[in-house]
Ligand binder design. Structure first.
Ligand SMILES: *Cc1c(COP(=O)(O)O)cnc(C)c1O
Length: 464
């Protein structure tokens, strides 16, 4: 122990019992176990002791230590995977969990998870059923496919399809479509893992039908089209229409596999969304179509495979299908999501991804306007303004769409913009903002009506 240590201060640290008796700790004592609270108090006392041993002279009042214990309690109480508020304007933000699940699906997940369920039970005959059957007829109804199976995500779906249909065979892909998604999914790599031989054809900007045709030989297993979901090649370009690729594949008695990426159900061209729909891919004749559950579909994380029954049967019976099968919660969410799509108008209202994309700009503006006014009236240490800007669909979808949007810009007067961003991230319900031109922006397209109140409370608290 160093000589400058204040032994008197060390000896005067209040006893654990004294601190526990503080009215500040009454609430946690009533609501959680006594051991947990005592442990937090011990840790707070240890921190004080360490400070004193290091030559500091901290405040050792009961109140201060009790407050430190409260901080410890609330930080250890915090979950790692938590809900956040997305003020970035990116609707499918991969780091923030991609699609917000629709409310009906979330309710159905809870019901199925908390009780027993018909996961693999056939109620009619009182015998074993198949988990694949829950979503089959719905997906057929909504997309027009002959058959369907869903697995854990679209990367898994791609791997499964390649292993089941083209193992040790060549698959022909255009060089313009060798996609990488989010760093960990690369078409050439997944093909290698799937035991498929990649046969690249054409060039980055132009691939013709005859490029595919020349590459076909007796060991070719399929033609693969990959939707360039997170980029577009502009300028002097050419690719082959899905229907023409199907024609070529069928002429050579092989399937055309189409990795769509996003899985858009309703046609949203009117909203500027240049994305093919699942139905259009099937209508073009694609034999197997794959897409994600949590991109534009707005459902849970999943990889959905739809197409001709004979191929889906082969895929279903592959041993890997068992390793990639969905759990009951995801199946419940997926079934409910597809139920919503039975009525396209209902889908635009109830699927959050779609309602955010299609929300009229003037509605977003009035939301920004009202929130700006509300914040100005609170007399905070900051100035506020509504600002127009450009949001993104994100999540590897519709990369060319500049989604016009409105944000509330915040310029704090007694802290930096970075400091404000950090404080918002540390808020009870963390708020993720973005900084642009020295201002903190909260995009009102991705902040829902029920989230305005918590954002307001956070700003009032931080900026008072
Ligand atoms: C997003 C995407 C994938 C990967 O889907 P996950 O569901 O994230 O596994 C595969 N292919 C394409 C074209 C994609 O856009």
């Amino acid at each position: 122990m160093a000589d400058n240590v204040n032994r008197k201060l060390l000896r005067s640290i209040p006893k654990i019992d004294q601190i526990i008796a503080s009215p500040l700790l009454k609430d946690p004592l009533d609501n959680s176990s006594r051991e947990v609270v005592i442990d937090a108090v011990r840790r707070a006392v240890n921190d004080i002791r360490t400070d004193i041993l290091e030559g500091e002279t901290p405040d050792i009042s009961v109140e201060t230590i009790a407050r430190a214990a409260l901080d410890i309690l609330s930080s250890t109480d915090r979950r790692s995977l938590r809900r956040v508020i997305n003020g970035t304007g990116i609707i499918l933000h991969t780091n923030l969990g991609r699609a917000r699940l629709n409310a009906r699906a979330a309710e159905q997940v809870t019901a199925v998870a908390m009780g027993y369920s018909t996961l693999e039970y056939d109620l009619k005959n009182g015998e074993r059923g198949s988990r694949h059957d829950h979503i089959n007829s719905l997906i057929r109804e909504v997309t027009g496919a002959e058959d369907a199976i869903a697995v854990n995500n679209n990367a898994a779906a791609t791997l499964l399809v390649l292993m089941a249909l083209t193992y040790r065979k060549e698959v022909v892909v255009s060089r313009g479509e060798l996609v990488e998604i989010g760093g960990s999914f690369r078409v050439p790599d997944i093909m290698k893992v799937g035991g498929t031989i990649l046969r690249e054809v054409g060039t980055t900007n132009k691939t013709h039908l005859y490029d595919y045709e020349k590459a076909i030989n007796e060991n070719t297993g399929a033609l693969l089209k990959v939707h360039t979901s997170n980029y577009r090649i502009m300028g002097f370009t050419e690719d082959v229409e899905p229907a023409r690729l199907v024609g070529l594949a069928h002429k050579h008695l092989m399937p055309m596999i189409y990795d769509l990426g996003s899985g858009l159900i309703p046609d949203l061209h009117d909203y500027g969304l240049d994305e093919p729909t699942v139905a259009s891919a099937l209508k073009a004749g694609a034999d197997v179509v794959l897409f994600s559950g949590d991109k534009l579909l707005g459902g849970p994380q999943a990889g959905i495979i739809v197409g001709k029954k004979r191929y889906i049967d082969t895929i279903k019976s592959h041993p890997l299908a068992r390793a990639m099968r969905l759990d009951k919660m995801t199946l419940a969410a997926l079934e409910e999501t597809f139920r919503i799509y039975r009525d396209p108008k209902q889908a635009l209202e109830q699927i959050p991804v779609l309602s955010m994309i299609t929300q009229p700009l003037d509605q977003v503006e009035s939301k920004a306007e009202a929130f700006t006014r509300m914040l100005r009236e609170a007399n905070l240490q900051a100035s506020f303004a509504k600002l127009d800007g450009v949001g993104r669909v994100g999540g590897g979808s519709a990369p060319m769409l500049n989604l016009k949007t409105w944000a509330v810009a915040v310029l704090p007067s007694d802290m930096s913009v970075d400091e404000l961003a950090i404080r918002l991230r540390k808020w009870r319900v963390p708020i993720i903002s973005h900084i642009q031109d020295g201002m903190l922006l909260l995009d009102m397209r991705t902040i829902s009506d029920d989230e305005i109140e918590p954002v307001y409370m956070a700003l009032v608290d931080i900026l008072s």
